[in-house]
Design a protein around this ligand. Structure first.
Ligand code: MLT
Length: 316
């Protein structure tokens, strides 16, 4: 009997192809299915494996319906859409592709940082859509000489740090889970407490997973401790920076500008942040490069195959 694999979101072709050519696999690729949770609940009992991105909520309710589900594969890094505890209680493996889209997220962060510092999308809109030639209005700040505070100095945070240094920024980082030497080797100063980072940084970017520990890590209270005119970036997960508090800080001008790719509830077409001034937003496209999506699709396909065949895999 073949392994039945269900994919509920868009995954790059090389990963699909890899699965299709396996003689022991029967693949259902339905990239829009994540929009129809009820349907997923209905059909999940037939499947041995489920592959998702961040749009499919892999809840206890869904896992409970499984009959033979052995593995959930997350084509990406963040597993916050999966109830890990509920999966583990049922003996269902959860695997991800943590290295595949590191560079895409890093580069999107750099793009968002420059966009926020110079309000590039606002200038673009003014010229292209409003046909205005307004050179006075768009005054930005330079990155060189400024202090970048990185919260979460893992795969993505550390690469953002390396790139920021090439822009002549001073880089400091807060991450209780990494060794001081790792930061020092890269010429980055690791600070012992979050408060110090908040106080010293001109630009702050978060690169942590979303967990109980990081949800609402940045609220009104933390924003008050920051420099006036700070720039904030969230290319990690919605909710690490409290959305309402960020909105208010943008309105008051305490935060000069922000750039946000991720939201507490996605699709985020009516999020409060869309009404804030000086905010650059993108629809969770941090991982969207051809290179990354190919990497992630191939990695997750291999991870899921290994898990199904009882070979060794690394858990998420
Ligand atoms: C990830 O966690 O890998 C990203 O958010 C990318 C995605 O969900 O597509």
């Amino acid at each position: 009997e073949k392994f039945k694999i269900l994919i509920t979101e868009h995954i790059a072709e090389p990963g699909i192809e890899l699965l299709r050519k396996q003689p022991d696999v029967e693949l259902t690729y339905d990239p829009e299915l994540f929009r129809n949770f009820e349907r997923i609940l209905e059909i999940i009992p037939e499947y041995d494996a489920l592959i998702t991105r961040s749009g499919t909520p892999v809840t206890e309710e869904l896992l409970e319906r499984r009959k033979k589900l052995k593995v959930v594969g997350r084509a990406g890094v963040g597993v916050d859409n999966i109830d890990l505890e509920a999966a583990s209680r049922r003996g269902i493996l959860v695997v991800n592709a943590p290295t595949g889209n590191t560079l895409a997220a890093t580069e999107h962060t750099m793009g968002m940082m420059i966009s926020a510092a110079r309000l590039i999308p606002y200038a673009h809109k003014s010229l292209k859509e409003e046909r205005k030639w307004d050179r006075k209005k768009f005054m930005g700040v330079e990155l060189a000489g400024k202090t970048l505070g990185i919260i979460g100095f893992g795969r993505i945070g550390s690469r953002v740090g390396i790139r920021a240094k090439a822009f002549d920024m001073k880089v400091i980082a807060y991450d209780p889970y990494i060794k001081r030497e790792k930061a020092e080797r890269l010429g980055v100063e690791l600070v012992d407490d979050l408060e110090e980072l908040l106080r010293r940084s001109d630009i702050i970017t978060v690169h942590t997973p979303l967990t109980d520990e990081t949800r609402n890590m940045i609220t009104k209270r933390e924003i008050e401790k920051m420099k006036d005119g700070v720039i904030l970036l969230n290319i990690a997960r919605g909710g690490i920076i409290n959305e309402r508090d960020l909105y208010e800080a943008l309105v008051s001008g305490k935060v000069r500008a922000a750039a946000v790719d991720v939201f507490t509830k996605e699709p985020a077409t009516d999020n409060i942040l869309l009404d804030a001034p000086n905010i650059i937003v993108t629809p969770h496209i941090g991982a969207n490069t051809f290179e990354s999506q190919t990497n992630v699709a191939v990695i997750i396909a291999n991870q899921v195959l290994s898990a199904l065949r009882g070979e060794e895999v690394e858990f998420a």
